[in-house]
Write a protein that binds this ligand. Structure first.
Ligand code: ASP
Ligand code: MG
Length: 395
């Protein structure tokens, strides 16, 4: 009988030291000894990608994109080898593969590439030899043989894409938190863990800044119907399970996105900004047509790229944060929350609806208070109801 196949992904904190790599090895060995075939995807050791990025930025604020990918992909290569050495030392045969060796083929969008296909043959062969296969996350190779990276946090996507291509039974994302929370628990103290979360809700959370899962990984898992489990490397628990195609929960999660900026510009410059953004592959979150001014909202790191091409034509760049509520009845919340924010002296710069989400833009200093207010008013009271639904969903 064919053994079940599990893909396990370990994030930067999980492989952050030799001691932690040993802990990771224990998880892998447990899965292997339980009769599974195991493919592992690793991130770079915590802080390593930032360290490498910082080195490049000391030389050039907008480093050459191709070379940046050569540099950043080195981080994962270190952790995959250290993990393989650890497993070998512990008596298990393990083999590490770079994105190139694992034949993870991407498009040519350096720094933010998309996986096109994976030739799983090399991995299948190693699994057939009873090896544990360790693959470097966050990286791939173009058709013409250049190294690419998948955007920050991209190892999740590597894991899910591999799980899809290998038709794995489950994709487990091990991290430093024990699941997906209703909001970042460091910001909202009474945020709770969501035991089961449907794909549309998870997608909206990831799209709007929840860092727990990389957005393309959620889209990929959803499309390929790969059950995803988010769980902690550091304790034993069930984590959160992401599955299901329908958003049935009322407002159940809040996501915060801090690294945004609002660029005010004259009408002609605005058109130019939009055009340049398209050319540079920069996502514009929204165009704001305020009675007194016009602006676009983009990520802060995109601003430096735009500034380079627009040279002094943009008036103002204002850092802002976005707060998004996700769930089935966000339209209702939009009306309700106006007064709540006003009563608490929180000024909303802009607001926007999407399917199953409602976002406000506000100044960075007030986003944490707004998140706490919303959570207390709309999510905590829903929790009891929510639990009932989840149990129904699980059974
Ligand atoms: N090492 C990469 C990063 O820090 C990819 C990842 O960790 O998922 O963004
Ligand atoms: Mg991550």
């Amino acid at each position: 009988m064919k053994k079940p196949l599990i893909v396990q992904k370990f994030g930067g904190t999980s492989v952050g030291s030799i001691e932690r790599i040993h802990q990771v090895a224990e998880h892998i060995i447990n899965a292997k000894n339980a009769g599974n075939q195991v493919v592992v995807v690793v991130s770079a050791m915590s802080g390593e990608t930032n360290r490498l990025l910082d080195l490049a930025k000391q030389i050039d604020s907008v480093p050459d994109a191709r070379e940046l990918d050569v540099l950043l992909s080195a981080g994962e290569q270190v952790s995959m080898a250290l993990l393989a050495i650890t497993l070998n030392k512990m008596g298990y045969t393990a083999r590490s593969l770079t994105g190139t060796q694992a034949k993870i083929v991407t498009d040519e969008q350096y720094n933010d590439a998309t996986i096109k296909h994976i030739d799983v043959q090399p991995i299948i062969e190693l699994l057939a030899q009873d090896q544990i296969v360790i693959v470097a996350g966050f990286q791939g190779i173009t058709e013409s043989g250049d190294i690419t990276t998948l955007g920050r946090g991209g190892s999740d996507t590597s894991a899910v894409a591999l799980a899809g291509a290998l038709q794995a039974d489950e994709c487990q994302i091990f991290t430093d938190v024990d699941g997906v929370y209703s909001c970042d628990p460091r910001i909202v103290k009474d945020a709770h863990k969501l035991e089961v979360i449907d794909f549309p809700t998870m997608e909206a959370m990831a799209r709007h800044g929840a860092k727990v899962l990389h957005l393309p990984s959620v889209l990929h898992a959803w499309k390929n119907q790969v059950p995803l489990r988010v769980l902690s490397t550091f304790d034993v628990n069930q984590g959160s399970l992401v599955k299901g195609d329908e958003c049935t929960l009322p407002v159940c999660g809040l996501a915060i996105q801090r690294d945004m900026c609002l660029i005010k510009a004259e009408k002609e410059t605005l058109a130019l900004l939009q055009k340049q953004s398209r050319l540079l592959g920069i996502a514009i979150w929204d165009v704001i047509e305020h009675p007194e001014w016009l602006a676009v909202v983009v990520k802060q790191d995109a601003y430096s790229k735009l500034e380079l091409v627009l040279q002094g034509k943009v008036a103002d760049c204002l850092p802002i944060s976005l707060l998004t509520a996700v769930g089935a009845n966000t339209a209702e919340l939009a009306t309700l929350s106006q007064q709540l924010l006003v009563d608490n002296d929180i000024v909303t710069i802009h607001q926007k609806f999407d399917e199953q989400s409602f976002t406000i833009a506000l100044c960075p200093e007030s986003v944490d208070s707004a998140a706490n207010l919303w959570h207390q008013a709309y999510i905590t009271p829903n929790k009891a109801h929510d639990c009932l639904q989840k149990h129904a969903f699980l059974n």
